[in-house]
Ligand binder design. Structure first.
Ligand SMILES: Nc1nc2c(ncn2[C@@H]2O[C@H](COP(=O)(O)OP(=O)(O)OP(=O)(O)O)[C@@H](O)[C@H]2O)c(=O)[nH]1
Ligand SMILES: [Mg+2]
Length: 459
C-alpha cells in the first residue's frame, strides 16, 4: 500500500526534546512532579529530554494554547538547548500545532501523538499493529492538511527525514487522503472481525471458567502479579506500556480449584480515545470478567491520580459495553472491582498504607513481586479467599443424587463442597451439601450427571 508512513507515524525516537505544559485550573497532574509522567513517556518513546517549561493560565490562548510571551521563551530555550522538538503534555488542535511550529521553528508533538508513537513501537502482534495503525490514522489524518501548510515552510518540500517530514507535495496529499480513507475502512473491517471472534471466544470461556481480570495504570505491577499468580511468562518491566496485548492463563489456587486470569494493557491519564476505541478487542476479557483486580502502585506519588484515571476509564469502557450489549439484546453486568494496593514494600512507613486502607477498607495490600513478603502474606490470603468466593458463587444447601458410576464427580464434590450427609441408594449416592451455584454449573458443563433432589430455600 502506497501510504506515506512518515506522515502517519510521527516518530519521536532519538530526538532532543523540550517538554511543555499549560496548566489550567482544571488540569490534572502530579503537583510534586508536574512533568514526571510526560518525561517518562517521552523517554519511553526514545526521546532525550533536555528541558522543561510550564505555564499557568486561566484558559488557553486560542491560536497557540500557550501564551505568546511563553512561545518566545520556548523558542529561545530550544535554541540554547539545541532541541529539535517540543512535546506538549496535552492535546492540541491541528491549527494550534501549526501555529506553534511556525513560531518556534521546531516540530511539535502533542500528548496523544506521543502515546500513539509508543504504542506503535510496542505493537508486535498482528492485532496490536492493526489497532495502532487505525488509531494513528484516525488521530493523525484530520491533522495532515493544517500541519502540511506550516511544515512546508519549515522543512521545505521534500525536506529532510524525521518528524518534520509529515508530508510530500500538495497533489500527493490529495491522493494520500483517499488512500488513507480506504485503508481506514479496511482496518476497521478487519478489526471488527477480530473483535467479533474474540467476543465469542471470551463469552464461551466464561461459561466454563471464572474469569479474573487485572487492570490498572501502566507500570502498576499487573504483569508482575500475573506472573506471581500463574508462574507464567508475561513481560514485566519498569517502563510504560510494557504490555500491549491481553494474555490469559490458568491460575491454580490449590485444592483442585482454578480460575482464568488475564493481564492486559495499562491505562494512562488522557488516553487518546481513538486508541481506547481500537483496543476494544484487547479489553474484551476485562469487560466480561467476573471480578476485576485494580492494581494500584501505592508507592507512586501520583497514586491518587492513577486511581481516579483507572476508575474513570473503566466507567467509560463499561458504559460503551453496556450500550453495545443492550443493542445486541444481551444481558450484561459490569464486573465487581477490588482494589489491590501494590508495591507496599516500597512505602517508607505504614502511615501511607493506613490512609489507603481507611479510605478503601476492602482493599488488599500486596507486594506482587513477592507474595510471601511479610507485608504481603495476609493480603495474599485474603485475595485467595475472595477469588474462591467469586469462583464458587452463592453457596446453598441442597441434596444431590449422583450415579455411583460417575465416581469423578462424587470425588470432586467431596473435595470441594461441604458434605453434610451421605446416603446410598441403588446405584447412586445422595449427598446433602453446601455448594456454590457456580461450582454446580461448572460440574454440569463438565458433563457431571447430577440431579438436584431438594434445594433448601435461600435466606
Ligand atoms: N518493589 C516492587 N516493585 C514491583 C512490585 N510489583 C511490580 N514491581 C515492579 O514494577 C515495574 C512494573 O511492573 P509491571 O508488572 O511490568 O507493570 P504493569 O502494570 O504490567 O505495566 P504495563 O504493562 O506497562 O502497563 C517492574 O519493574 C516490576 O518489577 C512490587 O510489589 N514491589
Ligand atoms: Mg504489563
Amino acid at each position: 500500500m502506497a501510504i506515506n508512513r512518515e506522515r502517519t507515524d510521527i516518530k519521536v525516537s532519538r530526538e532532543r526534546a523540550v517538554l511543555a505544559a499549560v496548566h489550567l485550573p482544571q488540569s490534572r497532574f502530579d503537583p510534586n512532579d508536574p512533568l514526571g509522567e510526560l518525561k517518562a513517556l517521552a523517554e519511553t518513546a526514545g526521546a532525550t529530554v533536555v528541558g522543561e517549561m510550564i505555564q499557568h493560565r486561566q484558559k488557553p490562548e486560542s491560536g497557540t494554547y500557550i501564551g505568546s510571551g511563553k512561545l518566545d521563551e520556548l523558542k529561545a530555550m530550544c535554541d540554547s538547548l539545541d532541541a529539535a522538538m517540543v512535546i506538549f503534555d496535552h492535546d492540541l488542535s491541528p491549527s494550534q500545532i501549526g501555529n506553534i511550529e511556525k513560531r518556534i521553528e521546531r516540530k511539535v508533538v502533542d500528548r496523544s501523538e506521543l502515546i500513539l508513537d509508543i504504542f506503535a513501537g510496542r505493537a508486535t502482534t498482528h492485532e496490536a499493529k492493526l489497532q495502532v495503525e487505525l488509531a494513528q490514522l484516525e488521530y493523525t489524518y484530520p491533522r495532515l492538511r493544517a500541519m502540511w501548510d506550516h511544515l512546508e515552510r519549515i522543512v521545505g518540500v521534500g525536506g529532510v527525514g524525521g518528524i518534520g517530514t509529515r508530508g510530500p507535495g500538495e497533489q500527493q496529499l490529495e491522493v494520500d487522503r483517499r488512500l488513507v480513507q480506504n485503508r481506514r475502512t479496511r482496518l476497521k473491517r478487519e478489526l471488527g472481525e477480530i473483535q467479533d471472534r474474540k467476543a465469542r471466544a471470551v463469552k464461551k470461556r466464561k461459561q466454563d471458567h471464572v474469569m479474573i481480570g487485572l487492570v490498572g495504570y501502566t507500570n502498576a505491577g499487573k504483569s508482575t502479579l500475573f506472573n506471581s499468580l500463574t508462574e507464567g511468562g508475561a513481560y514485566a518491566d519498569d517502563r510504560l506500556f510494557a504490555t500491549l496485548m491481553t494474555r490469559t492463563r490458568e491460575w491454580d489456587m490449590g485444592g483442585g480449584e482454578s480460575v482464568m486470569l488475564s493481564d492486559t494493557v495499562g491505562f494512562v491519564r488522557d488516553l487518546p480515545h481513538h486508541l481506547v476505541a481500537s483496543f476494544k478487542a484487547t479489553l474484551e476479557e476485562t469487560t466480561h470478567a467476573d471480578l476485576l483486580l485494580i492494581v494500584l502502585d501505592v508507592s507512586d506519588p501520583a497514586a491518587e491520580l492513577h486511581y481516579e484515571t483507572v476508575m474513570e476509564t473503566l466507567d467509560s469502557i463499561f458504559e460503551e459495553t453496556r450500550k453495545a450489549e443492550e443493542r445486541a439484546g444481551e444481558e450484561w453486568t459490569a464486573p465487581k472491582r477490588v482494589l489491590v494496593l501494590n508495591k507496599v514494600d516500597r512505602l517508607r512507613d505504614n502511615t501511607e498504607l493506613l490512609v489507603w486502607m481507611n479510605r478503601f477498607p476492602g482493599a488488599i495490600p500486596l507486594c506482587a513481586a513477592a507474595l510471601e513478603h511479610a507485608q504481603s502474606r495476609e493480603g495474599y490470603e485474603r485475595l485467595l479467599s475472595l477469588v474462591r468466593n467469586v469462583s464458587t458463587g452463592d453457596v446453598r444447601e441442597m441434596t444431590l443424587s449422583i450415579p455411583m458410576s460417575d465416581a469423578k464427580t462424587i470425588h470432586t464434590i467431596e473435595n470441594r463442597a461441604e458434605v453434610l450427609d451421605r446416603e446410598y441408594e441403588n446405584g447412586a449416592v445422595r449427598l446433602r451439601v453446601r455448594i456454590g451455584a457456580r461450582q454446580l454449573d461448572q460440574l454440569r458443563v463438565g458433563g457431571a450427571r447430577i440431579t438436584v433432589v431438594e434445594e433448601a430455600p435461600t435466606g
